[in-house]
Design a protein around this ligand. Sequence first.
Ligand code: UD1
Length: 357
Amino acid sequence: MKIMSVVGARPQFVKLAPIANVLREVGHEHIIVHTGQHYDPMLSDVFFRDLGIPEPDAHLGVGSGSHGAQTGAMLAQMDQVLQQHEPDCVLVYGDTNSTLAAAVSAVKLHYPVAHLEAGLRSFNRSMPEEHNRVLTDHAADLCLAPTKVAMHHLESEGLAARSELVGDVMTDVLLQVRDSVLSTKAENPLADIDAPLGYYVATIHRAENTDDPERLREIVDALAAADRPVVLLAHPRVRAKAADHGIVLEKGALAVHDPLAYPELIAAVVNSAGVVTDSGGLQKEAFLLRVPCTTVRRETEWVETIELGWNVLANTSAEITKALTRTAPPATDATPYGDGHAAQRAIAAIEALYAKR
Ligand code: UD1
């Protein structure tokens, strides 16, 4: 069987790693297409290197742009890539513009589409990720859900017959990298920070938090007033928006650091006092590492982290301050994100789809 993975942004490279491993073990042909949505080495190349992902077979090099321009540039190039490789199934990941473009182009040319991380919903229709995931789920032939809640959303949208609960592939990779970080006692890149009570790891990159200067200023001020040092692993988007609006990121408790490669990120989080983020992946990674998380949003797709007490939504400055100083959450051995073997189940589901055709 020939499976084509289409990826383009940082979290998709993480999800690709366990899929690429399983496909290699099983012996299926795997074509990797990189759209070029993320192109900075620290957002792209380091993930391929550190997670042992093969070099992409095709690189579309689309770069940044408005949603329409970026998605359209990918669509325009995907036709040729699909016709050149003629895959038996196109696998798309998560909720970025790369996900939507690959799904739409494959559907138009009648290639079967499987969507990994299907069924997540924030119910916030202003988020680009929400448009991307709803449209991709409804275009896909196979929806691979990471959680029971995601399955429930797919069922309630009439997609039950083409959906399967496989677990979360980010758990697969996180557990492996955590074990290797702990066993090799990998160096924590933030070990030099002068923080007797520990430090918080922060990432802020979503459009709703970065693009409005008042909103970004409110978040920066709240983090600068934190009770411990906050290390902001700054995505290029937040740096660019802060510079555009004259917002100083380095102040009070807040220090800026370049984004980290995946094993270094895990070492930094495992040794931290908490995480403050608007990333989806990091909320789960914090939970799986049992580090308290504060999510700077009004809603989350990963509701299990909230229900289990390890994540708190904090949108305003006062809510962020309160959440950072809350008492430690209750211990739990719950596994809402699967057992670390989601990639095997996802490939088995794709094989079953292929066998039916
Ligand atoms: C994208 C995804 C988001 C995901 C995130 C992971 C969409 C709509 N959003 O957001 O769901 O959580 O990736 O990081 O697909 N830039 C660089 N270098 C790069 C890439 C981007 O400097 O390698 C800057 C550019 O100024 C660009 C901006 O970041 O305009 C935004 O990049 P974009 O790809 O549009 O979205 P992300 O914010 O990265």
